[in-house]
Design a protein around this ligand. Structure first.
Ligand code: BES
Ligand code: MN
Ligand code: ZN
Length: 490
């Protein structure tokens, strides 16, 4: 499927289906739209007059046109109130068009949305992004493909002046989001620490990055007792993934992105009970998935920044070798941890990954993790929690999030809550009391970052969507690849 921005206007465009964005409360259509409507036998005005379409945000109507005309079908899509139009609206509207197209049999699609003005380039990019992300459909685990969008051969975004919008950039980012989605959506018998490492190696091979996979023995030598404690009960070997992108010439700065990579989280001996969502815990590598997705996108965009992509990948399982609740582990910075709950395993794996990342001498570290149910309770499914030790880094990151249309909310690093992690026998426990559970999880992680500016993201809510909305389809969302990429290349 090919996507292009062209200067052709809807009046002159020919193809299977033409999608038109219309504002709410338009009683009469005017200007070029009226001219187009006249050519199309007044179909648009008729739909409005008969209240088949009102222009409410996200509303869609498919109208069949006589086949002697320049197009076979019109797809009307609501833009909401004209004064509320924003880049995010365009992205979501394009996604709504894509979801409608999937229900139809269309080979060529023309899209006309209001992109005029100073933001024409950003608007064009947002439209392309919404389309590519909503068109994606995962058929890997179906015996027969159900992908209707597969018929789509070409999309043209209409009325765009030459040079407005970098669609190659959008395609690179979308390919990263889609990789993250496919990694998260794949079941735990398909995505394992071993296959996750192979995916990192494939990215390195295809895009010219360097990759190092540390095996269990390598991790032992580095003293990663915290990570290896979690890995102990799995029959699949742990893999510590370190993928590196280096620009040509001297990098402007050096960054590390660390993703929690639990390819399955049973809870360990503090096993997840009935109703805990244990069957959804393939998503517990959502941080690693987004990290590799960001790597794939960044490798194509080639910014002048050095970026390390890291994940301590393993499963959290049960066996005779499993962690006992109460075991004491020693992390690679020498700190000791009383494991009072084996289900708080993500932070144990991240601890050693943070220590490793800081030793690389980077200017900033971002970790992302499906870390706590408490964060989902606090912020719901659409917003990730964000904590930072550095306000200017936090500001940079939130600006990138805004451009991406992904939602984060900055949460407090309330040091006094560390009391809840105090252990009578070790340096700390891995779990505190239930209240403020996402904050104590962050304070635990903070013990493993000495001085590098750092952001922690709790993405337990947004990695998965129960229903389609915005640019994401039902299921794995690929959150927050877009923000990571936009932050890293800024
Ligand atoms: N992977 C889970 C967190 C999670 C919950 C992710 C829901 C996605 C959706 C994490 O390892 C976990 O089990 N956290 C515990 C921590 C508790 C034992 C302190 C939790 O949130 O219940
Ligand atoms: Mn857990
Ligand atoms: Zn987990």
């Amino acid at each position: 499927m090919q996507i292009k921005a062209v200067s052709t206007t809807p009046l002159n465009w020919t193809g299977d289906a033409l999608a038109l964005g219309l504002f709410e409360g338009m009683a009469e259509i005017t200007g070029e739209l009226a001219a187009l409507d006249e050519k199309l036998d007044g179909t648009i005005q008729d739909a409005i007059a008969h209240e088949e379409f009102s222009g409410k945000s996200g509303e869609t109507a498919v109208l069949r046109i006589g086949s002697k005309n320049q197009v076979r079908k019109l797809i009307l899509v609501g833009l909401g109130k004209s004064e509320e139009l924003a880049i995010d609206t365009l992205r979501a509207t394009a996604a709504a068009i894509a979801r409608t197209v999937k229900q139809q049999s269309i080979k060529t699609l023309g899209i006309s949305l209001p992109v005029a003005g100073e933001n024409a380039a950003l608007s064009t990019e947002a439209i392309a992004e919404g389309l590519l992300l909503a068109l994606h459909q995962d058929n890997r685990f179906k015996s027969e493909s159900e992908d209707k969008a597969a018929k789509l051969e070409a999309i043209e975004i209409l009325g765009i002046s030459e040079g407005d919008g970098d669609l190659a950039k959008v395609e690179a980012i979308a390919s990263g989001v889609i990789l993250a989605r496919e990694l998260v959506a794949a079941p735990p018998n398909a995505v394992t620490p071993v296959t996750l490492a192979e995916t990192a190696e494939a990215i390195a091979r295809e895009h010219g990055l360097s990759v190092q996979i540390l095996e269990q023995e390598d991790c032992e030598k580095l003293g990663m007792g915290s990570f290896l404690g979690v890995a102990r009960a799995s029959d699949i070997p742990p893999k510590f993934i370190h993928l590196t992108y280096k620009p040509e010439g001297t990098p402007r700065r050096k960054l590390a992105i660390i993703g929690k990579g639990l390819t399955f989280d049973s809870g360990g001996l503090n096993i997840k009970g009935v109703g805990s969502g244990i069957e959804t815990m393939k998503m517990d590598m959502g941080g690693a998935g987004a990290t590799l997705g960001a790597a794939k996108a960044i490798a194509q965009l080639k910014p002048d920044v050095e970026i390390h992509f890291i994940s301590a990948a393993t499963e959290n399982m049960i066996s005779g070798k499993a962690l006992h609740p109460g075991d004491i582990l020693t992390a690679s910075n020498g700190k000791t941890i009383e494991v009072n709950n084996t289900d708080a395993e993500g932070r144990l794996t991240l601890a050693d990954a943070l220590v490793y990342a800081e030793k690389l001498g980077v200017d900033a570290i971002v970790d992302l993790a499906t870390l706590t149910g408490a964060c989902v309770i606090a912020l719901g499914n659409d917003i990730a929690g964000m904590w930072s030790t550095d306000e200017s880094l936090a500001g940079e990151f939130l600006a990138a999030a805004k451009r991406s249309g992904e939602k984060f909310w900055q949460m407090p690093l309330e040091e006094s809550y560390f009391d809840g992690l105090k252990s009578p026998i070790a340096d700390m426990k891995n779990t505190g009391p239930r209240p403020g559970g996402s904050i104590t999880a962050t304070l635990f992680l903070k013990e493993f970052v000495e001085k590098t500016p750092w952001i922690h993201l709790d993405i337990a809510g947004p990695v998965w969507a129960d229903k389609a909305s915005g640019t994401s389809n039902e299921g794995a969302t690929g959150f927050p690849v877009r923000t990571l990429v936009n932050w890293a290349i800024a």
